[in-house]
Design a protein around this ligand. Structure first.
Ligand code: GLC
Length: 414
């Protein structure tokens, strides 16, 4: 079996190979641009062997920040015909061509980790980023809140594209007039591992609507059929707020606004508790309906500093039922599909976040078990985009940046 040292070498190689000069692509071909939360995780990976390069990754991401504070989910630094929908479809006018939506705001959390690797070198870089990170946080608090929980306005914003969480909401959308378009993702990887055409029509329909409304948040709020309060956005935003508070205090800033955010988000997180499901769930803000989904995002409560004994019991249970790390959908759910993207597969990145949370909240045994399972998965099946949770088989793209970063920063650590 390959040694951990050799695997770490491969992981560093992946980050270096996926580096496009100041930013890292998730994987060549399938994802040829800079993705927001992938990039934050890439920074964490780089921080294990090149702290300067880690800062550059986050700094490049914030170069794409819009004047109002929004930080886009994709920055199209250099046009690439191998990806759809590209900059011409989004029609956005930020400082760098981009998409018009966000992704889970984990950049502040990762910036804190990078700073903690080397506080001397990091202070100045962190101080320059801090106001930008606060501005993005405030943007989220202004435009995405419902009863204190954070909403997503597009399945892509959560990073869990085709999760069953959105099924009810998507079913109410009419995408019959979306028109002709050519997908590029299924030219790179097996279409059974990807979202369906039904899903894609709705993703594109929402992009067309955003563009027509000039990405005006107030207009989109009034018109969009898609607005779901979800555990990914809520727990990552709450976590980011806690990290911004720590960073702000270290920099001698007034953090009272952030403290108020934390208080509000803590109450918001509890509005995602679905008693019938016995877990944190997504709720459609427009219909009031629960999604009824126990996803990997349900287990991000600890990452957000939210303790929950029932979730801990659930975690222990899923970890005995599933041989590989926490899957994106519970195998007992009717919608479970072991290979299709966010409807069942295991994603190393979400397990990293769950693991960080468990560790922080003192659940050391579970944190270690999860890290060990993730290490075993990567050792056996490589740096895939995601994995079948029942047999560990690799799925989606290969030589994936965030899977390599997860190994370096967490799973493969000594
Ligand atoms: C897919 C994933 C998303 C990720 C992106 C780039 O869209 O669902 O979470 O950020 O690919 O890796």
């Amino acid at each position: 079996m390959t040694s951990n040292t050799a695997i770490s070498e491969q992981a560093r190689e992946i980050l270096i190979t996926n580096d496009r000069g100041g930013y890292t692509v998730p994987t060549a071909g399938l994802y040829p641009y800079q993705w927001n939360w992938d990039s934050a995780v890439a920074a964490l990976g780089f921080a294990q062997f090149d702290v300067d390069r880690a800062w550059v990754e986050i700094e490049t991401l914030f170069k794409g920040q819009w004047a109002d504070g929004m930080v886009p989910h994709i920055l199209f630094h250099k046009s690439d015909p191998g990806y759809f929908p590209g900059p011409d479809v989004w029609g956005c006018e930020g400082p760098i061509p981009s998409s018009g939506i966000i992704q889970p705001p984990i950049a502040a959390t990762m910036a804190r980790f990078v700073w903690e690797q080397d506080k001397g070198v990091g202070r100045e870089r962190l101080a320059a980023l801090y106001p930008k990170m606060v501005k993005w946080h405030n943007w989220i608090m202004r435009w995405r809140l419902h009863r204190g929980a954070v909403c997503t306005t597009h399945p892509w914003e959560t990073g869990r594209d085709n999760a069953p969480d959105w099924d009810n909401t998507m079913a109410r959308m009419d995408a019959s007039d979306v028109g002709e378009y050519t997908r590029r993702d299924t030219a790179h990887v097996n279409s059974d591992d990807r979202p369906t055409k039904y899903d894609y029509d709705r993703y594109i329909k929402l992009v067309q609507m955003g563009r027509r409304l000039n990405w005006d948040q107030a207009a989109m709020l009034a018109e969009s059929p898609f607005r779901v309060a979800d555990p990914t956005m809520t727990f990552t935003t709450l976590r980011a707020a806690r990290d911004l508070q720590v960073i702000g205090e270290a920099l001698g800033e007034d953090t009272s606004g952030i403290a108020a955010s934390i208080e509000l988000l803590v109450t918001g997180a509890e509005t995602l508790w679905n008693e019938e499901l016995g877990g944190y769930d997504s709720r459609d803000v427009l219909s009031g309906e629960w999604a009824g989904c126990l996803s990997n995002a349900s287990y991000l409560c600890w990452f957000a500093g939210v303790e929950n004994a029932k979730m801990l019991a659930r975690l222990r249970d899923v970890m005995t039922r599933v041989p590989y790390p926490v899957p994106s959908n519970d195998p007992n759910a009717e919608s479970f599909d072991a290979r299709r993207y966010w409807r069942g597969p295991t994603w190393a990145v979400v397990n990293l976040l769950i693991g960080i949370g468990l560790e922080d909240m003192g659940h050391k045994t579970e944190a270690k078990a999860l890290a060990d399972k993730t290490a075993g998965l990567i050792k056996e099946h490589g740096f895939a985009e995601y994995f079948d949770p029942m047999n560990g088989k690799a799925a989606g793209g290969g030589t994936f940046t965030w899977t390599a970063a997860v190994w370096l920063a967490w799973a493969g650590r000594d």
